[in-house]
Design a protein around this ligand. Structure first.
Ligand code: CA
Length: 135
């Protein structure tokens, strides 16, 4: 009986660990790859974060990395995220030259706690590096 209770406890703990909840505060931005109601895959971007290569960041369900996957950006009040089309914030790592990719600003200038952007066809599934900052 003790063993059985132990097993049940272990199973509940691991199930909890896998279903992480999307945070509601304390972030600069949260990016997601789909409007999936379960919100399985999300990435928390904190104030001051500079992620220069999203292909090194794994998704929650370990199905792949975040390079060219971002479709939704939720920005906290007073914060802004810049999404770059290429890695290293559009700087060519070999030559140091600036590449001709977009650098799209997603800013929450509203009074609302969060503002969600659903990316258009120009930026959807193309972001490879991000910077985020709050006032
Ligand atoms: Ca890209």
């Amino acid at each position: 009986m003790k063993l059985l209770l132990g097993l049940i406890a272990l199973v509940s703990v691991s199930a909890f660990a896998q279903s992480q909840a999307v945070p509601t505060a304390g972030f600069c931005a949260i990016v997601e790859n789909s409007l999936d109601a379960n919100r399985t895959n999300f990435l928390v971007v904190n104030n001051g974060d500079r992620i220069k290569n999203l292909n090194r960041v794994r998704m929650n369900d370990n199905s792949g990395d975040w390079d060219n996957k971002i479709s939704i950006v939720t920005v906290h009040r007073g914060c802004a995220m810049i999404g770059f089309q290429y890695q290293d914030f559009n700087i060519d790592y070999r030559t140091g030259a600036r590449l001709e990719g977009f650098a799209e600003l997603f800013a929450n200038r509203t009074a609302a706690e969060t503002k969600t952007f659903v990316l258009d066809s120009y930026t959807n599934d193309k972001i490879s590096s991000v910077k985020c900052f709050c006032k």
